[in-house]
Design a protein around this ligand. Structure first.
Ligand code: NAD
Length: 349
């Protein structure tokens, strides 16, 4: 196994691993450990080149620093990428990846991400203890999705307060695009709290099933932006908030779990100019990482502790909105400033 360092300005440590025996070719990026060891998922993709993989892991690890700083997880930002076809996974590959993660001595802690499942992490765990997000039976915190949904729901309360002056869901209309693991549960929580809920998804069978079970209304995915609502919750995929969609929005707020909702950061300013409250995605969807971070506290994973911290997403968003109002900036910029404030305070400690 050959491990070599890649020097990148602004990053604490970036390392590549090549292992002929297992076929592993991977990169770990540790962006910043001011607030604690870096934590971020491991993803596996058939990147066209190492440069493409490096670009992705740098961008994602930096994002984790900001996400964890705002979520106050006591962790820094890191990420890892395995370069390869997910169809060609093998135990040897993940054992080698475990040894690679272990070589950083806990400076980087891994978790699930794209194309990496709990069964893969169980193999990584054979070679390193720096793994989170394992199954409940293996001492982990299990599936993060219900926790992400809970965090989004709490965040939506702050959003309702900001947009309407009251955190109550009663009589509010929430439109969700994507009702998978997170969106489905979030829709249920909104309905339980008294909201009118309209859903759409490319998986029509899933929409039918959830409408029958919970009494949601539905709209065809292709037409969903024509629905007037109070809160629009993108819960399917990224980049759906863009120049083409923003003029069509008929809502007072955008607040959902999908990652990278804005096609470009400037779209937060476009939303602001339209008077639409935007909950920065990485602030409102931090429930999963907060849950996983509780695995690392002394005594191990404790659900009540995790839920109490997840519920603080409400306070984090209120702070973001306050900064945005006080400084006359978009909520995207405000979230970055909140993260930078916390990082600066961490550096002074
Ligand atoms: P999921 O795969 O369970 O659900 C996604 C749903 O979106 C599916 O039902 C799918 O059919 C639907 N969908 C996909 N493309 C669509 C389209 N073009 N139009 C309409 N519907 C479409 O995923 P999830 O775990 O619920 O995650 C949803 C989003 O939240 C993703 O962007 C994910 O990165 C993000 N996220 C998830 C978590 C988590 O804990 N699972 C944490 C943070 C962020």
């Amino acid at each position: 196994m050959q491990i070599s360092e890649i020097r990148v300005d602004g990053y604490e440590k970036v390392v590549r691993c090549k292992d002929d025996a297992s076929g592993l070719h991977a990169i770990i990026a540790v962006h910043d450990t001011t607030l604690g060891p870096s934590l971020g998922g491991m993803r596996m993709l058939p990147y066209a080149s190492e440069d493409e993989a490096l670009f992705d892991v740098l961008r994602l690890s930096r994002g984790m620093t900001y996400k964890s700083a705002v979520a106050d997880t006591g962790l820094g930002g890191g990420k890892s990428v395995v370069i390869g076809d997910p169809k060609l996974k093998s135990p040897a590959l993940f054992e080698a990846m475990g040894a690679f993660v272990d070589s950083l001595g806990g400076k980087y802690i891994t978790a699930e991400d794209m194309n990496i499942g709990i069964s893969d992490l169980d193999i990584v765990r054979r070679k390193t203890r720096w793994v989170t997000g394992l199954s409940l039976e293996n001492g982990g915190s299990g599936n993060p999705s219900p926790y992400t949904a809970r965090g989004c729901f709490m965040g939506m309360k702050a959003v309702l307060e900001e947009a309407f002056g009251s955190a109550s869901f009663a009589g509010r209309h929430v439109l969700l695009q994507g009702v998978g693991a997170v969106g489905g549960r979030l829709a249920e929580l909104c309905k339980q709290a008294g909201a009118r809920v309209t859903i759409c998804d490319i998986n029509e069978a899933r929409v039918k099933e959830l409408c029958a079970k919970f009494g949601f209304e539905s709209v065809a995915d292709a037409n969903h932006l024509s629905v007037a609502c109070d809160v629009y919750a993108p819960c399917a995929r990224g980049a759906t908030i863009n120049d083409a969609t923003i003029p069509q929005l008929k809502c007072k707020a955008v607040a959902g779990c999908a990652n990278n909702q804005l096609l470009e950061p400037r779209h937060a300013d476009v939303l602001k100019a339209r008077g639409i409250v935007y909950a920065p995605d990485y602030v409102i969807n931090a429930g999963g990482i907060i849950n996983v971070s509780i695995e690392l506290v002394p005594g191990g994973y404790d659900e009540p502790k995790a839920l109490a911290k997840i519920d603080r997403i409400y306070d984090n968003l209120r702070q973001v909105f306050q900064i945005a109002r006080d400084q006359g900036v978009s909520t995207h910029t405000a979230a970055e400033r909140l993260a930078e404030q916390r990082l600066a305070a961490g550096r002074r400690r």
